[in-house]
Design a protein around this ligand. Structure first.
Ligand code: ADP
Length: 453
């Protein structure tokens, strides 16, 4: 019956063949050295004989893994495009199914087609099964999926091989591949390159500051960056502008959702501005929090009221470890909006605008004590926590109060800087890094560091 199935497939036009795949390496940006590895794979196709004659075992399967949207699919297509071979693809959601038999026969058909149309790139996209739609498959269970949870992977097989293990969906798993290539999120330069590549196809202002946009999109992947360019172009048409389009604004929309159109009273704008300004002005005093990239109070639908974007690249070098002083600095920044409200409006006029950040500060102060950072409880063991819980809370409160006083002191020294930032934020809704640091330069009274606490 196997033979019958095979014959049936070969009569039909190939089902999994993607026609007109016209992707080249020049369509993929920001990859740095990874590109060289992919170029080598292309050579396995174009110069296969050279490798074989020298006894090189050409990999039968290559796994591209990395977070969603970094360009794995695009890369697989580029490999096929550069090598000038056919591209076959199947999404894992099509073969990891409730009826395992159906899934397996689809993969078999895919490989059969690929063999008949060799040379070809076979691409199995795991995205749907483990990535974005994870919620949907959760209930239908299955061991083969558990193995790949949390790790987005796509499989790229440069040759349609005869290997039968390849028919097993469970092979989409690390360890079964001759080579594994990790595609990370793009670096700052990577983001600049990706933005430029996509903007190339659109009318762009000559003086577009790509580095500024790349700086405020730390952590974003190629798919999101492509979307930013798309949003900017749509906005340009909507606003009837013909030349410059606003990538910065689009980047914010991509990150925080669409601007909401809600009207706010001048007083509310001012409170929002004070809240964000306080965090920025206090934060700029501290080494770990001073790299402020962007401040905004432009409301986003369903998202937070405003934010200060701080570049935290340095944490990569310390593996995310923070110093004791740095933790205290974080707490101080989180409690700063509460202090600002007290200074500018007075204790009797407090709003609830700072409730969330104050809550963050409170729990951080408690973790600080429980973690053994307080000099009073440095030897704290979790075993004696239950009996000491009141003491610990008192100590956390003490830490929080000290941070609060420090925030207040910094804010009081910087009243004119605060007022300037608040005015400008109310007027423009957002401040760029340059605008912010210009004001700091002119009006700031930065505190000597490290402070005593
Ligand atoms: P993945 O397969 O890793 O989830 P995709 O290849 O599907 O990501 O990326 C989706 C889209 O995002 C691409 O079609 C492309 O427009 C854009 N994109 C992603 N990464 C890059 C990149 N490195 N260079 C250029 N564009 C990219």
């Amino acid at each position: 019956s196997g033979a019958r199935v095979r014959r049936a497939h070969s009569k039909r036009p190939p089902q999994y063949l993607e026609r007109d795949v016209d992707v080249k390496f020049t369509d993929v940006a920001g990859l740095g050295k990874i590109r060289l590895e992919l170029e080598e794979i292309v050579k396995f196709f174009t110069m296969g004989e050279v490798y074989r004659r020298r006894g090189v075992k050409i990999p039968g399967g290559i796994l591209l893994c990395g977070p969603p949207g970094v360009g794995k699919t695009l890369l697989a297509k580029a490999v096929a495009g550069e090598a000038g071979v056919n591209f076959f693809s199947i999404s894992a959601s099509q073969f990891v199914e409730i009826y395992v038999g159906v899934g397996a026969s689809r993969v078999r058909a895919l490989y059969q087609e690929a063999r008949e149309n060799a040379p070809s790139v076979v691409f199995i996209d795991e995205l749907d099964a483990v990535g974005r739609k994870r919620g949907l498959i959760k209930d239908s269970g299955g061991k083969e999926r558990d193995a790949t949870l949390n790790q987005e992977e796509v499989m790229l097989s440069p040759f349609a091989t005869n290997r039968h293990d390849i028919l097993d969906p469970a092979l989409v798993r690390p360890g079964r591949f001759d080579r594994k290539i990790f595609i990370p999120k793009p670096s700052l330069t990577g983001r600049v390159e990706i933005l430029k590549l996509h903007a190339q196809k659109k009318p762009t202002a000559e003086d577009m500051d790509y580095v500024a946009v790349a700086s405020m999109t730390e952590g974003m992947v190629g798919a999101e960056l492509a979307n930013i360019v798309e949003i900017a172009a749509i906005n340009m048409i909507r606003d009837g502008r013909s030349e410059a389009y606003d990538l910065l604004q689009a980047a914010q929309i991509e990150e925080r959702g669409m601007l909401d159109t809600m009207e706010r009273s001048p007083e509310i704008w001012k409170q929002l501005a004070l809240n964000e300004a306080a965090m920025a002005v206090v934060g700029v005093n501290f080494p770990d929090l001073k790299n402020i990239e962007f401040i905004t109070i432009a409301p986003r639908a369903g998202k937070q009221l405003g934010y200060v974007r701080v570049k935290m690249d340095h944490l990569k070098f310390s593996n995310g470890m923070l110093s004791r002083q740095s933790i205290l600095d974080h707490i101080t920044v989180q409690i700063a909006p509460r202090a600002a409200d007290a200074i500018w409006y007075g204790e009797n006029q407090l709003s609830t605008i700072w409730a969330q950040t104050a809550d963050n500060a409170r729990s951080a102060a408690r973790r600080f004590v429980l973690g053994g950072f307080s000099d009073k409880y440095y030897g704290l063991s979790r075993f004696w926590v239950p009996e000491r819980i009141d003491e610990i809370d008192l100590e956390a409160m003490d830490i929080l109060n000290k941070c609060y006083d420090r925030a207040k002191k910094i804010l009081e020294r910087n009243r004119s800087l605060m007022d300037r930032i608040v005015d400008l934020l109310v007027e423009k809704k957002s401040l760029t890094k340059q605008e912010f640091f210009q004001l700091v330069e002119e009006y700031g009274q930065l505190e000597p560091y490290p402070p005593s606490i």
